[in-house]
Structure formats: C-alpha cells, structure tokens
Design a protein around this ligand. Sequence first.
Ligand SMILES: *Cc1c(COP(=O)(O)O)cnc(C)c1O
Length: 414
Amino acid sequence: MTATPSREDCAARDRRDPLARFRDAFVLPDGVIYLDGNSLGALPASAAARIHEAVTRDWGQGLIRSWNAAGWIDLPAKLGAKIAPLIGAAPDEVIVADSTSVNLFKLLVAALRLRPERRVILMEARDFPTNLYIGQGVAALMGDGYTCRIVPGEEIDAALDKSVAVLALTHVNFKTGAVHDMARLTQHAHEVGALTIWDLCHTVGAMPVDLTGARADFALGCTYKYLNGGPGAPAFVYVPKHMQATFHQPLTGWMGHADPFSFVDDYAPAAGIKRALSGTPGVLSMVALDAALDVWADVDLGVLRNKSVALGDLFIALVEARCAGHGFALASPRDGTRRGSQVSFQHAQGYAIMQALIARGVIGDFRAPDIVRFGFAPLYTRYVDVWQAAEVLFDIMETRAWDTPQFKARAAVT
Ligand SMILES: *Cc1c(COP(=O)(O)O)cnc(C)c1O
C-alpha cells in the first residue's frame, strides 16, 4: 500500500492546480474549511457590490425604469443562457425562474400532458424528498388513476414499462453522490415511449453534463449549490428546442405569455423557452446569480471534474487510513467516475460528529439518519483543506470530542 499523502504533498498539488486562481473569486471566512458548497455555495467576491449597485442605483434611483434600463426584464433568459454551456444546452433552451420544487411541478405536468394515455410517474426511492413529494402531489392533482411509482435505484430499468409517462430522476444523488448514466437511462425510457426529466441540482457546477448528447427531454436544477447563486437563488429549467412548441406547463402566469404587456384576458404561451416562466422574477436574487455565473465563463469543466474526483479520492484515502476502526462506512461510490463532487460516510454518531467538526471550523453537513456529507467545490476547495479536514476528523474521533450533550441536540436545519 502506498503511504497516504502528507500535508506537504497536498500543498504541492495546490501549487500545480490550474483552478487555484478561482479561489480569489470567493469570500471565504478565516479559520473555516468549507465543505458544504453542495448545500450553499460560497459568496462570490463580486456579488456584494453588484447587489449594492442594483439596490442603490437601479432600484433607489432608477425605480420602475430599471425594468428596461437595467435589463431586469431580461434576467431570466440572460441567466439561462449563461447556465446553458455548463449543461450541454443551447442558450435559448434554458431559463431561470422560481424554485426547483416549483419547476419540477411544471415539468411533470407538462410531461404527463404529452403522454395522455399513460398514468405513471416513475421516480427513485431516496431521491431528494421534495422531488418525491412533488411527484406525489402531481399524481394526486391529476387524479384519475395517476400514480407516482417510487422504486429503488437498481429496479428502475425493470420498472420502465409502457405504463410510464415520465421518468423523473436526479442525476447525482444528494446523500450518496452516486451518478446515474443519463444517456443510457434516457435511451431506455425512450424505447418504452416515456419522457425523461433530469434534476441537475448536484450536477451543475460540479461536473460536466451533456443534455443534448443524452437526448434528455427536460431538465432543471438549483443555482445556490455549486453555482454559488446565494441562499434561495432561483432555479433553472431546460426545454430543448424540439420540445418547446408542445411544452404546456400549468402555471400559466403573465411572464410566460406571448405578449405580457398587451394585458389581454386570454392566455397564449410565449413561443420559446419563455413559456416556462410564471410570474415576476426576484430581481435581487437574479443579480446575485448573475455575478456568480460570471465566474464560470472561463472554467474548463473537464479540468473541474478531474480536480473534483481527485479531491474526493484524497478524502476517502485519508479518512480510511486515519480513522480506521472508528466506525465510518463509505456511503459514496469508491469509483470517482461514478461519484459526484461529494463524499459521504455512514456513522451511528454522525450528527454529533458533524457538530464537533463544525465547532472546529470544518463545515460539512449531516443527512438523517446517519450520513456525514462532505462536498468539494473545485473552484475554492484546496487539497490542503481536504487534508486538514481529515486530520480534524481523526482528532475528534481519537479524543471523543463529539461525545458531549452539546453536540447531540438537533438544530432545525442540519
Ligand atoms: C437541493 C435540491 C432541491 C431543492 O429544491 P428547492 O425547491 O430549491 O428547495 C431539489 N431537488 C434536489 C435533488 C436537490 O438536491
């Protein structure tokens, strides 16, 4: 067995890292190793000034004129076009609006309408809860024999039959980081006549993905994780060109109308991706996201992916070497090509261990019932950070620092 890397080895890798310069594009607090960019991305250094300008100049001075003069009305499409190259889409196939939950509702209903003779939404057990809840809500709303069929990951292929209208999956699982083969599953769905919806919440900004190449029918994702758009930043929707004319989503608000400012009584959908919109965009959130997306303009996603896999491999090697015998079981794929940009371990005392880590400045998160989760945002996570996090974890286990009542009391958000 090769020796595990030393801190100096890790520092040397940071010096050679082609992405190292991007760390300066973020505000990172001193004394913190932030391994939770998969839940809430770090603050882009340019965001505060951009928001300040939007508030004081565009809102304070420009007032209503800023919808035109500051381009507020164009933000949903402009930001969609900036996300498009990160997911293998054309600029006019992506738009920013609402939340992931709301957009999933729109996409599910639109997909069911395209397969009116079918009654099944197929989803994966242990997907992110909101996805399953929205799937169940849509089936209940549609009534008339509609069901949301939820099966374990290994049974998806067997469950894909001609009753399935839409297969709605998350590409990278939020708990384990396991990656689905999007192209293969999309092809299988198409073979039985089903449509696909791909959730890219833990994909976009973490690894490249090719929606066009995979022939995905629909996709969506959030922007506050690896894209660093800020807390509660709006989500995005992907509808490819050839699906846009027959795409009819149910939240037919005025922003998705063909001519919103004609103020006519009857709804008529906009011609292209804009028909995915519903109401007025949250401008200040979009301004923050705009600043965050500028960082991505010259990121090579292949280089990003290589670093992401290397960071995860390093963390697994260090934790398994240093914390052997302390009860951690790897809950993520060992094979980096099958793993998103996170590493999870199961541990019976996971909650208290994560609280002890956070108290020492190593911020990851806990996902019930027993998962400690560490996300690696390749634009700002360094190899030395991974090394240090494993060291602190080792110390916490050796000293049983987690074993106090203070770290066992559950907060509202874990
Ligand atoms: C983070 C995440 C969400 C979040 O949905 P919101 O509507 O923004 O709360 C949904 N689905 C998946 C798979 C996620 O990872």
